[in-house]
Ligand binder design. Sequence first.
Ligand code: CTP
Length: 446
Amino acid sequence: MTKVITYGTYDMLHYGHVKLLERAKALGDYLIVGVTSDDYDKTRGKINNQQSLMERIAAVKATGIADEIIVEEYDGQKIDDIRRLGVDIFTVGSDWTGTFDYLNEYCKVVYLPRTEGVSSTEVRAEKRKLRIGLVGTAVFRTKFVKEARYVNGVEIAGICASKPNEETELKDLFYTDDFDQLLNCVDAVYIISKPENHYSDCKKALLAGKHVLCESPIAYSIEQCRELYKLAKERDLILMDAIKTAYSTAYERLILMAKGGKIGNVISVDSVCTSLRDGISIEGTDLSMKWNSMCGWAPAAMLPIFQMFGTEYTDKTFYTKFQSKKDNIDAFTKINFVYPSGVASVKVAKGAKSEGELIITGTKGYIYVPAPWWKTDYFEVRYENPEENKRFFYQLDGEGIRYEIVAFSKAIESKRNMSYISEKISEAISGVIDDFNNRKNMIEIQ
Ligand code: CTP
């Protein structure tokens, strides 16, 4: 029996794929099809497949041509598969000619003619692109524009900001200082204005019927946050909290592991996020344009705490050193949270530096994420006996921003909020910012 194997993404299965599968099957008696997993596709820079792995597998299965379907998950898997499954022929379309010649050492390699005039890319492109407008001036927006270029089916349609675009990345984009004008030419907005404007900017966009991705905190109080989510629901719009860490695969996995009991019962979550880059402590800096440490860092730092313990903490204390009380700019804030079954702490600073790590303490072991943990691609699960320690690495491209954009565009398309950050967590974050602004349970340090 001659065994043949072929690999592909098979997004939105088209007749080019079917022809390829038929030709592959004709090379032997038994056809194995490797469908690439979403994670593997991300690492190759192919992003925003329109269909999930399950849907793509189902489509290949429905052709009735494959005798066996496997999932391709990592680099180098092809050699493993060929050996393990006793494959005689490896085949792919002629667009790959030469790429897989190295497999000749293990089996015969055949490049089959590719069907002209059709590809998943073209099928996806026939759909109208999602036009996103940017609102605000924070420097982070440049990263967002760059990252959006990696996502299929999305385009940045313009920017609303009070001063023209100076950064080269943004120069060619449509610029306006009139929010209404921007809203008129987009389907959705990404809000990165100053935190005190988030609520009014979100509200305006939602009232104009636009989907919203907003940097955290979405609002300055729980009530305002609730009002925005309600508004979005009533209008069938997506409102999503933009904390990029939530969209990192490694981060998602470590939270699942901690929740799944890998380190026993979780007793403490401690996260630290600091950076001096903003220069808030430099004499003469215009603080009116700056985000304080709380708004800049605390939403990301609180995320693992609320995801692990929930949002119903019984007590919370702030320890804050202000840079300028008048501008509400804190140089450093530590927050202690108390829960019935655990405690947590957040340390954020723009005017102090520390090790940016995340540690989740459990009764059997702990999870350690080295700095900068908010761009998680690596973590360790550690135990008393170091021989049991395990290390995990998951590729993170673009700091999670491109996956966030994918999640946003998929949520809009499916009309289902697929945010990795629950409404409850968005509300809790806004509530903590509210308490900070009102100096509730705050001990000031000089
Ligand atoms: N294929 C083909 N003819 C086409 C398109 C794809 O023979 N018109 C083959 C590819 O050569 C590959 C397999 O089908 O062996 C799976 O290809 P995949 O990359 O999933 O599909 P594409 O349509 O090429 O996807 P994209 O446009 O995203 O690159």
